[in-house]
Design a binder for this molecule. Structure first.
Ligand code: DP6
Length: 372
């Protein structure tokens, strides 16, 4: 019997303009547009293998090796059934697809290929980083799931088209369909057909920007993004101001900064938007705290580092941003990364050696303490 299987990886993305709030919780339609940077595949990613087989009795998912329930009507089930719908439409439109010769391929196999949308699927997804610790694991996870089903089904869909489906798994997942700098346009339509991700600029446009991830804690977060943001929508007056009067201007300004490779503006907006997102979380009733004392100390350190540079006639050198957890992501031009790592090492004792993909420090690593 032929095996129908595909494996695809998708990277994490970290937002500079945060998505926080839904106007439709089922379709996952946001209350504001957002913009993120997709990290390189090599570091934080989800890898998903999907397999379709006529003998499977039900759809099934393994997350990091453990069976995960696919709840009826839930987000996973929605993504899987939407991908099957796309495949069914593709089969109806292309009765002779896939284009394999009938002479070479036995009739039975051809029939199977045509009916693949009616098979159940088994899906295995693995993250190479802590799940649900505010490191956007759901974003990479749903993007990889949708991409692997698209590959399995041999669909000619564009990343924007696939983003319409991964969005229904987890809002931020729609942005992980692209590399580089990505905007999620909130759209206006009630059916969500205009709420998808678009590329602002590819990675190669501005390869000098690097992300330094400071894992302050890798335990699962207290308030999930999903429940936290709905509480914010229901109770925060500040959110209403943000979505109407702040985000639209910021989206334009940061897109321009990216296209012009203007790090100073990019960094200022990124930090302001992270701060406002956490202010909105605090404005929620009851309040939500995602950052801890270490997170706030890193903000103080980067603020001081930038102040010293600007006061001596230089520019902003780094931008911090925090998602729904205490971990910092620091964006900076590559030339500043070594200095920033040294700074962090001198103030915060580390439990693990620095992962140094660019060999900035050589075998000895950065100076500073590594404690047990
Ligand atoms: C703070 O995409 O995880 O990371 O759509 O409910 O799954 P759901 O939420 P999710 O929220 C991400 C929130 C954020 C900001 C962002 O990534 O834009």
């Amino acid at each position: 019997m032929p095996v129908y299987q595909a494996t695809v990886s998708a990277p994490v993305n970290i937002a500079c303009i945060k998505y926080w709030g839904k106007r439709d919780t089922k379709l996952i339609l946001p209350t504001n547009s957002s913009l993120s940077v997709t990290l390189d595949q090599d570091h934080l990613r989800s890898t998903t293998t999907s397999r379709a087989d006529a003998s499977f009795k039900q759809d099934q998912l393994w997350l990091n090796g453990k069976v995960d329930e696919i709840k009826e009507g839930g987000r996973l089930a929605t993504c899987i059934s939407e991908m099957k719908r796309l495949r069914r439409e593709f089969e109806e439109k292309n009765p002779n697809e896939p284009k394999v010769s009938r002479v070479l391929v036995p009739a039975i196999m051809h029939a199977h290929l045509l009916q693949i949308s009616s098979f159940h699927v088994h899906i295995s997804s693995v993250n190479n980083f802590p799940t649900a610790a505010g490191l956007a694991s759901s974003a990479a996870g749903f993007a990889a799931l949708v991409s692997s089903l698209a590959a399995l089904y041999n669909l000619p869909a564009t990343p924007s088209e696939l983003s319409l489906i991964s969005r229904q798994g987890s809002g931020s997942a729609c942005r992980s369909l692209f590399g580089g700098f990505v905007a999620w346009q909130m759209g206006e339509k009630a059916d969500g057909s205009d709420s998808y991700a678009v590329e602002v600029a590819p990675r190669e446009h501005w390869p000098d920007i690097h992300a330094l991830i400071c894992v302050v804690s890798d335990t699962k977060k207290g308030t999930s993004s999903t429940s936290g943001m709905q509480r914010t929508v229901e109770t925060s007056p500040l959110l209403q101001h943000r979505i109407k009067h702040v985000v639209p201007e910021r989206m334009k300004a940061i897109s321009k900064a990216i296209l012009e490779k203007d790090f100073d503006t990019f960094a200022r907006i990124t930090m302001q938007d992270s701060n406002q997102f956490h202010a909105v979380a605090l404005d929620t009733d009851p309040p939500i705290f995602y950052m801890n004392d270490v997170s706030r100390s890193i903000i103080a350190l980067i603020t001081e580092y930038n102040r010293a540079s600007v006061e001596s006639g230089g520019k902003i050198k780094a931008a911090y941003t925090y998602d729904a957890g205490p971990n910092a992501v620091i964006y900076a031009p590559k030339e500043n990364i070594k200095e920033i790592v040294e700074l962090i090492y001198s103030y915060f004792p580390q439990t693990e050696p620095f992962k140094d993909p660019f060999g900035l420090f050589g075998a000895a690593g950065p100076k500073g303490k590594v404690v047990d």
